[in-house]
Design a protein around this ligand. Sequence first.
Ligand code: SF4
Length: 422
Amino acid sequence: MSSAEQHTQKKLVKTLKTSSKLKKIMAWYFIKGKIYSKLPWKKVAWSVSGFPTEFLWTYDVYPFLPENCATIAAARHKSQELIEYAEACGYSRDLCSYMKTNIGAYDKKLPAQFGGLEKPDIMVCTNTICDTHVKWFQIQSRKLNVPLFQWDIPAYVSGSDEKVMNRYIDYVQDQFWEFTDFMYDHTGKKFNQKKFIKTINKADELAVLWHELFEYRKKIPAPLGYADTLGDVFPMFALVGERSGRGVNFYQELVNEVKEAAKVGKGVVDEEKYRLLFEGIPFWYKIKFFHQLANFGAVVTYEPYTYSFGARRKIIDNDIEKSLREMAKTLIHTPYFYNLETRMEYFKKTIEEYKIDGVILHNNLSCRPSTTGMADLKNYIQEELGKPVLLLTCDMNDPRAFSEAPMQTRLESFIELLEAQK
Ligand code: SF4
């Protein structure tokens, strides 16, 4: 057995007891969604990450998230055949593998546990994270003959100032009212201010708890790692503002468990040696990569990807317009799509706060937004912050881009660098 193979066999990053309850919540969410999609008086939407899911819950419109379903397909080792199906339909290899997974899963009518999802009544989308969302939803809305709302969010590029931000906020805020018109036209539901305030407040409860979890991750040893958060982020994605409170209860329980572990100094890795930051989307078909870091005494204690889903949107002074302006800001400027100069400052601050020893950058072949600027970021972290960086060129959903043995070799070299630096 090679040393790489030996390392893949032994220890695993421990996960929390509470995290195991997520399966039940997800099963409830998918079953309820399926029922909603069959009831003529209920409405179901497809939405994208970056779109404020709480705005759909305000209308009691059930959100289905094709990206989330795509990750399930990958975790169940189904994504490759779906991607290959989409490529056979003419979509190129370098296009987003989430999009291709969704195209394959919908055409093949797969059940939810393999990444399939029901036909929606409406689709809502935004380009705040990437332009792929726009084309992807345009294609699917035409094919399925479903009305589509596109929320156009300008990019806050390097060099933009407050004047630019204010102009952008006006533009984004105006579109909120276009969204309410769209909802009325296609679901027959009117905007209800009271419900809106209630839903946003509920959503914020969830975000506050999510942020609290991250505070505990600053502790040494880390009581929570990426092996948990990559799944635990689900409520932040789908249940933001959902009324039953399942997401809030789940996060409250997680916080309690993490708090207790931090109090007694219990980490998810037995002898924590290296604290890592992982930038990018994980490889959903190879989640064990994050568990096996324990073989080296390493744990991912921060990842901008899951943190970004915790954007707090608040009701300010019970004033809708004022609140919408603040919410618009979170759509224009959050960690997931910071421009390079803001991203560098953000990394500097995070590396200090979370006492990070090294950084893994996922140079994701089919996701331009998460990889643009990665080479500059790598140089900055190595040269200016003096931290070792491992740049992995893979794909979040396409296992063809992942090669086990070279990955392990590179990981081992990275760990040696970390060791040398200690
Ligand atoms: S290209 Fe990247 S950001 Fe855009 S949908 Fe695909 S994975 Fe998401």
